[in-house]
Write a protein that binds this ligand. Sequence first.
Ligand code: AMP
Length: 210
Amino acid sequence: MKLIFLGPPGAGKGTLAAKAVEILGVPHISTGAIFRAAIAAKSPLGLKVKAIIDSGKLVDDGTTIELVKERLAQADAIKGYILDGFPRTIPQAEALAAFSKVEKVVNFDIPDISVVERLSGRLVCRACGTNFHALFQKPKKAGVCDACGGELYTREDDRQEAITKRLDVYRAQTAPLIDFYRAKGILADVDAQPAVDEVVAGFKAVMGLS
Ligand code: AMP
């Protein structure tokens, strides 16, 4: 199954993708996670994108499209994938259509107020990328990942200014993808507001898995 997860930052796409990987058995490909790994490794790509990502702006289409094209050519992604955070612009969606045939787009729907609430308390494991929340999903031990014992940190782009910027960017550049894919008849909406288990149930329902 070749799947796109669409929705604003903080909609829970990453959390849902981790669950969906177990259900569907295809890899979770997050462009944000690939960029963050490149930044951590101080690779040429990481050095190029760090300031852009920290400020909440988008990396240029050319760099991002090339990255995804290479990733989708790897053996584990041949049969299917969950793309999380890509495409984020119409040119990215058009480029993707030229090298892979997306079967379904799941649009995680959530109001801005909840996005701000979720992102401003989000904690991420430096080692395995698992997400926690300072209020809604506390780790058992403060600052430590339940899954792997790694250190939890606040992403630079989860600070207030960058959150506002990311929401503006989402509205202007990414939200038009909802109509783009709806017009192709492959988009399904899932309410991302409830607790994770309920969102998973909504996801299974639109996938015909429940
Ligand atoms: P995310 O983890 O999906 O919230 O992505 C974090 C940041 O990585 C975004 O705010 C962008 O700066 C960058 N990024 C991730 N995916 C893309 C994309 N498809 N196009 C451009 N920039 C991206």
